[in-house]
Design a protein around this ligand. Structure first.
Ligand code: NOJ
Length: 575
């Protein structure tokens, strides 16, 4: 299929600004650092970069608590630094997507500060979700909703006279009050925010919590189904983070197979689609292919596809794929479910294995989700510690498989180096609100957010030149440093480069998948645009096609292949 819509087949690299590269040496990454290192992403062969938030923010949730949507936090630089980054990226032919965080602002945002100072019933309060408490003296929260990070989803303010006042809703940290999307004023503000960044040349937005902005009328108590954990429901990260939804998905189950549970009254309400459409109209005012990407933890893919209907967003992260274990049957089912669901609305499927919210796949794919549920993170006292060698082997096989699928793929910084989760972070270095709000019961997400290594022998492994790092880098990071992998034929970095080059050469992103039979139930085999892809998820070697016809010559291998057989935890591409 010939298309000019770059996002349909793009490989999009997620830059987590605090941990990518630090030009000013204060231990926290910054925009100037990103600009300096952009060449490495162009060499890697990705098409676009998604920047996690760099906006003004008290950083209570690593920037997903925005205090000014139209400015850069001084810790990350300035708007001029942003313009420089954009210009360099475009010069290199890289598109740039930025994060939009519309469900909540920071409590330090001027809108919220005005709201708590204004009287009940005022215009300022109506921008957020304030309610009177229940019970005598209004001492009880307005309903039973829980924060994704643990604890109640409501906090009470103290009025200027020193008396307890109204309660406000925060589905995440108490410093992240939910905005009131029933209020047209809020809607107009966000259209202006979109235009502000579109005018600066961004190629699109990754929309945070794109399933959360609208709450059910009357905000009724949520009654989770008995088997759905503390928050349950049909919608992922937030549920996965809060309740360890992966508890329920055994080792062999595709995340797309999960039964559709009743939707919690704060996720996936019909009204969000109206917002998607309003934003789509704004993007359509601009030339170029600007895109909206939904971070919507909605199961199953059939339901998620509603976010990418032709007049809504362009893409949605495929978390069902991310949550599927390393098991051939389960992977086949989630791939089929995804391709069916997204193509039914004319959208490309997306694929993702890691991001800043989940255990890195070089660790996750060898964990038993029943012992180590995704939302809990992993740390020194977790019940199970993975085998790092097997983890890396599987991660390489899984990445080689993902990058051969038709559609658009997301790569999280450091996965191209084979980085595992940092498990042994000291308690006092942890910063994820999940850690604090669960009193250390859940480690949370810091382990996937450690600054990445560039140079084996440099201070902070080349993250900066002072050696400072906002989270400590494990010593073994030196083995994963980019400079020690560059040009080394069997390295993970070279595997990614080769996969991306072949993916582009054969235009796999715009291809179509045809399953191949005859390799056994523990093997995934398909053809896409003339490339045969075989991945062995089992424990026995599998015979590869012999002879010298099409589909017999190995052009990519995630691990060594000897004597015409494919060992366990290995993926090959053949032409
Ligand atoms: C999803 C983001 O990816 C995550 O990092 C953040 O904590 C929540 N949304 C709240 O914004």
């Amino acid at each position: 299929m010939l298309t000019t819509e770059w996002w349909r087949s793009a490989v999009i690299y997620q830059v987590y600004p605090r941990s990518f590269a630090d030009a000013d040496g204060d231990g926290l990454g910054d925009l100037a650092g990103i600009t300096r290192r952009l060449d490495a992403l162009s060499v890697l062969g990705v098409d676009a970069v998604w920047l996690s938030p760099f906006y003004t923010s008290p950083q209570n949730d690593a920037g997903y608590d925005v205090a000014d949507y139209c400015d850069v936090d001084p810790r990350f630089g300035t708007l001029a630094d942003f313009d420089t980054l954009m210009a360099r990226a475009h010069e290199l032919g890289l598109k740039v997507i930025v994060d939009l965080v519309p469900n909540h602002s920071s409590d330090q945002h001027r809108w919220f500060q005005a709201a708590i100072r204004a009287p009940e019933g005022s215009e300022e309060r109506a921008r957020y979700i304030f309610r009177d408490g229940k019970g005598p003296g209004g001492d009880e929260a307005p309903n039973n909703w829980e924060s994704v990070f643990g604890g109640p989803a409501w906090s009470r303010i103290t009025d200027e006279n020193g008396k307890p006042g109204q309660w406000y809703l925060h589905l995440f940290d108490s410093s992240q009050p939910d905005l009131n999307w029933e209020n047209p004023w809020v809607r107009e503000q966000f259209k202006d925010i979109l235009r502000f960044w579109l005018d600066r040349g961004v190629d699109g937005f990754r929309v945070d919590v794109a399933h959360g902005m609208v709450k059910a009328a009357g905000m009724p108590d949520y009654m989770p189904p008995a088997n759905a954990g503390s928050m349950g429901g049909s919608a992922g990260l937030d549920d996965a983070l809060a309740s360890g939804a992966l508890d329920a998905s055994g080792m062999n189950e595709a995340a797309s197979d999960r039964p559709e549970l009743p939707t919690p009254p704060y996720w996936a309400q019909d009204g969000v689609h109206e917002i998607n459409r309003e934003w789509r109209e704004v993007l359509d005012e601009y030339d170029g292919d600007r895109v909206l990407v939904a971070e919507a933890w909605v199961d199953p893919p059939r339901k998620l596809a509603q976010w990418v209907r032709p007049d809504e967003m362009h893409q949605a992260f495929n978390f069902a794929y991310l949550e599927t274990p390393w098991n051939a049957d389960a992977i086949r089912r989630v791939v089929d479910a995804s391709l069916d669901a997204f193509s039914s609305v004319g959208a490309p499927s997306t694929w993702v294995l890691s991001n800043h919210d989940v255990i890195r796949h070089a660790t996750r794919l060898v964990l038993n989700p029943e012992l180590n549920p995704q939302g809990a993170g992993i740390g020194p006292n977790s019940p199970e510690h993975p085998d790092p060698e097997l983890g890396l082997r599987r991660a390489r096989a899984a990445s080689a498989l993902m990058l051969a699928l038709p559609g658009s793929a997301y790569v999280y910084q450091g996965e191209e180096l084979g980085l595992p989760e940092a498990i042994h972070l000291p308690d006092e270095s942890r910063q994820d609100p999940t850690w604090f709000r669960t009193d250390g019961e859940k480690y949370g997400r810091d382990g996937c957010r450690v600054p990445i290594p560039w140079e084996a022998e440099a201070p902070a492994f080349g993250f900066n030149d002072t050696g400072l790092s906002w989270l400590p880098q494990p010593e073994i990071w030196s083995q994963f440093a980019r400079d020690s992998q560059d040009g080394v034929p069997d390295s993970t970095l070279e595997l990614y480069k080769r996969s991306l080059a072949l993916r582009a050469e054969h235009d796999l992103g715009n291809g179509a998948l045809e399953w191949l039979q005859g390799y056994g139930s523990e093997t995934i085999a398909f053809r896409n645009s003339g490339v045969t892809v075989i991945a062995n998820t089992g424990t026995e070697s599998v015979q590869l096609p012999a002879g010298d016809g099409p589909g017999t010559r190995i052009v990519l291998q995630s691990a060594g292949v000897d004597g015409g057989t494919l060992p366990p935890d290995t993926t090959v591409w053949l032409v």
